[in-house]
Design a binder for this molecule. Structure first.
Ligand code: BG6
Length: 501
């Protein structure tokens, strides 16, 4: 859907080149998303999907592999009905337009072949999706540019989708932005953060800015603090090699968690357009107070999961250095220094191998100033939370206290809320559907602009610098709620984490 409108027209004709066509991303997310878009009638009959990779595969075989990937994913999610996940008529139409180019990303012949394929397909529009290892981002964009493939004309847009990780610290992200911007304009670059493809994340902005009630209490007069959690039960799975050089902070914070923070904390944009929304986000992430190295150490916890509850420890995982100090859990306190939020801490935590999967934002309100009820002390009243549940059990809930019916004055916890499943039918979706559709239609609202990315790295850089000089990494048991030090981070401020649920 185009932001700010309710149009759901099919995206225009295009050549969609998937670099890294045999990779995990294409298999797990992009192809199922493209199928879902085709099923919903949102792809033009002239959308061509062209895999690009070094393996030798024919067009038909490539299409068959993609079909097998989609079915595999569907069956993993729903063993009973997964094999019926593909409607033959939808697939046949899509498959006719799937082809493949065998090519080395570092060889100009590959780009000549891409140019020829665009000519043959009869539409000048092209999206180059870099679903590759980050070491190819610059290489591919430079060669696309050199081959003239990034040159736009009125009937031929040229766009490049860049996956994460976008850099590994502030200087590397700045350098990557500089390099990409030598080959193309900002309006051609679509930097992905898949959290922005999630309905529940987009709904934060919609709820805040389309319901008048929120604005009245959305500030430091009424909000005590905000907690942002992305808890996972999975470990590093087969990604030990990659993850060990990255860790939880880089993997989740400057991108996904800061996107959630931005959605909660940004000022209302003047319009629902890419420039206005991304401008507000850049401002709020740019307002995160830069800690000194000492402050960064005091305001952060990093930890690794250790064997427990029948699960292996991080150091025993395949392809992880047995002496690694890479964190699989991080908790941080950050302050947003602007008029609305001054004095309101934002506590962020994310980790692998925790008790439950739970991505949520818990907004904790200041306590009622005075408890006038007999035998009830004010400090016995619990704080009210507004919980925005991103996944699973998508929804929004206020935690309130109510009087339990009866003669005695007894307070009971109750919830006032909305669950997505009660109102909406959410069909199978990967989150990438919206992002691919938006890229095909040229809407950059849900993509990161260069300054959004750099502000994210700027805010985490003090933690990276401080940790580089300090050896200590705490531990937590796999299948637990995380390290005790994370509880202490909040206890110090007289607060506690919202329980994982
Ligand atoms: C990815 C990270 O970007 O996001 C993974 O690299 C993480 O480590 C994943 O598991 C979490 O995404 P989601 O959509 O499952 O919350």
């Amino acid at each position: 859907m185009k932001r700010g409108t309710s149009k759901v027209d099919p995206a225009p004709p295009c050549n969609l080149f998937l670099f890294g066509a045999h990779g995990d991303l294409v298999k797990r997310l992009l192809m199922p998303a493209l199928y879902n878009l085709a099923r919903d009638g949102l792809l033009d009959d002239n959308l061509h999907i062209i895999g690009v990779d070094h393996n030798e595969v024919g067009d038909h075989e490539f299409a068959e592999r993609l079909k097998a990937f989609i079915l595999e994913q569907a069956k993993a999610k729903d063993p009973e009905h997964g094999d019926k996940a593909i409607a033959p008529v939808v697939w046949e139409r899509l498959a006719q337009r799937i082809s493949y180019i065998t090519g080395d990303f570092t060889n100009d012949d590959t780009y000549q072949a891409i140019g020829r394929r665009i000519q043959e397909n009869g539409t000048g529009n092209a999206v180059f999706y870099l679903a590759t290892s980050p070491r190819f981002f610059r290489e591919v964009s430079r060669r696309l540019g050199r081959a003239g493939l990034l040159y736009e004309q009125p009937e031929a847009y040229r766009r490049v989708v860049v996956e994460k990780p976008f850099g590994h610290d502030l200087p590397s992200a700045q350098a990557l932005n500089r390099d990409l911007l030598q080959d193309m304009a900002e309006s051609q670059i679509y930097r992905i953060d898949h959290y922005l493809g999630k309905e529940t994340v987009q709904n934060i902005m919609t709820s805040r800015f389309s319901n008048g009630i929120f604005e009245a209490f959305w500030n430091n007069h009424y909000i005590d603090h905000v907690q942002i959690t992305a808890a996972e039960t999975v470990g590093v799975e087969s990604r030990g090699n990659f993850y060990d050089s990255i860790g939880a902070l880089r993997d989740m914070v400057p991108n996904h968690l800061f996107q959630l923070l931005a959605m909660v904390a940004m000022e209302p944009p003047a319009a629902f357009g890419a420039d206005a929304v991304r401008g507000e986000k850049a401002k709020v992430i740019g307002s995160i107070r830069p800690w000194t190295q000492k402050e960064a150490l005091d305001n952060s916890v990093r930890a690794q999961y250790q064997a427990g509850n029948g699960q292996a420890g991080y150091l025993e995982e395949p392809k992880v250095d047995p002496a690694s100090r890479t964190e699989t859990y991080v908790a941080l306190k950050v302050m947003v220094d602007n008029w609305r939020w001054v004095g309101v801490p934002f506590y962020l935590r994310t980790g692998k191998r925790l008790t439950v999967r739970d991505t949520e934002i818990a907004i904790c309100f200041k306590q009622a100033p005075y408890a006038q009820f007999r035998d009830t002390e004010v400090n016995q009243l619990k704080p009210n939370y507004l919980t925005i549940q991103i996944q699973p059990n998508e929804g929004m809930w206020f935690d309130l206290q109510a009087k339990r019916p009866g003669q005695a004055l007894v307070m009971e916890d109750v919830k006032l809320g909305f669950a997505y499943k009660d109102y909406f039918q959410m069909g199978p979706s990967t989150g990438y559907e919206t992002l691919i559709y938006d890229c095909l239609t040229g809407d950059q609202t849900l993509f990161q602009r260069a300054d959004n990315i750099e502000n994210g790295w700027r805010a985490v850089q003090p933690f990276l610098d401080a940790w580089a000089e300090a050896d200590e990494v705490s531990g937590y048991t796999a299948g637990s709620d995380g390290p005790a030090e994370a509880d202490e981070l909040l206890a110090r401020d007289g607060r506690r984490w919202h329980s994982l649920s």
